[in-house]
Design a protein. Structure first.
Length: 309
């Protein structure tokens, strides 16, 4: 169980003990962690803790309030992991800022953008389809907004992704063509044929699905949130996640204007190509050097933020 799941702490402790034993055998130069709690472990090597998501910032984006006291154990574990890390990373500046705001000062951080291989997501013959992807059960993905507008669109809205929460109930969809979870090749094929990709997200630390859709030549309609603005700039249409009429209007405008839709798809693909695997790898290697050798090494290779509580 991961730290955000129900009653995870026995598993988290066991995993932490295993990681410490592994470090004593491997003796790595740097330990790279993608779960916050492990940052508090007494590793001998310097640590890079990368925050890909956070329940507290998720809760604020979805519910508009602080997470309740039932999340205090998670809150304490994440704070300890960040505070003890040698270096903290996140895929966007927006996510780094959210971590600072929710968990307090942890020194400096680095932006480590995600990347994908363009060869895995080739554009194909486009069809009149609005495509969406993500965990259907996750309120942050805002599938409800797509359900609200789909019956009034001329094109079908197709959604791919898990409908069952880990260890929980299944969320059924209404008015959408639900494909469930797809294998990577099948997912890439669906994106290749889709004309528009819609992700009116309330919370998205980076937006891997949008990146893959951009590479596949889809026009993008995205939630108007800081992280997606940061990644896409003027290469997408942004809508208020709470405004169903704005979402309907944005999708209808692209459906009714094939030339504009095509231009936007071209812009999205051009922007997506800048988020290459090579760029991602180089950024992580620079972060490893910085963690291992100190703040001076690699300081000019990555954007840096000073965290303010």
């Amino acid at each position: 169980r991961l730290e955000w799941m129900d009653d995870p702490w026995r598993d988290v402790r066991a995993a932490g003990e295993w990681l410490l034993r592994l470090e004593s055998i491997v003796r790595p130069t740097v330990v790279h962690l993608n779960q916050f709690a492990f940052g508090a472990l007494p590793f001998a090597a310097p640590t890079l803790v990368v925050g890909h998501s956070c329940v507290l910032s998720w809760w604020r984006a979805v519910h508009g309030s602080d997470a309740p006291a039932s999340w205090d154990g998670y809150r304490a574990a994440v704070h300890a992991g960040l505070a003890n890390a040698t270096l903290v990373g996140a895929p966007t500046q927006a996510m780094l800022t959210a971590l600072c705001e929710e968990h307090g000062c942890f020194g400096s951080g680095v932006v480590l953008p995600n990347g994908r291989s363009a060869s895995d997501f080739a554009p194909a013959r486009k069809e009149p389809i609005v495509f969406a992807a993500g965990r259907v059960w996750d309120a942050a993905k805002n599938v409800a907004a797509l359900e609200a507008v789909a019956p009034r669109l001329r094109w079908p809205v197709v959604v791919a992704g898990a409908a069952q929460r880990p260890g929980g109930a299944t969320r059924e969809t209404t008015g959408l063509v639900a494909l469930g979870e797809l294998a990577p090749a099948a997912f890439a094929n669906e994106l290749g044929h889709a004309t528009i990709f819609a992700a009116p997200a309330r919370y998205e630390p980076f937006g891997q699905g949008a990146l893959e859709a951009g590479l596949a030549g889809c026009a993008l309609v995205l939630g108007d949130i800081a992280s997606l603005r940061e990644v896409w700039g003027d290469a997408a249409v942004f809508v208020d996640p709470a405004d169903h009429e704005a979402l309907h209007a944005a999708l209808t405008a692209l459906i009714d204007d094939p030339q504009r839709c095509g231009r936007l798809a071209t812009q999205a693909r051009s922007r997506a190509l800048t988020f290459s695997v090579r760029r991602m790898v180089d950024a992580y290697l620079a972060a490893y050097r910085r963690a291992a050798l100190g703040a001076a090494a690699g300081a000019d290779a990555l954007p840096e933020v000073e965290c303010a509580s």
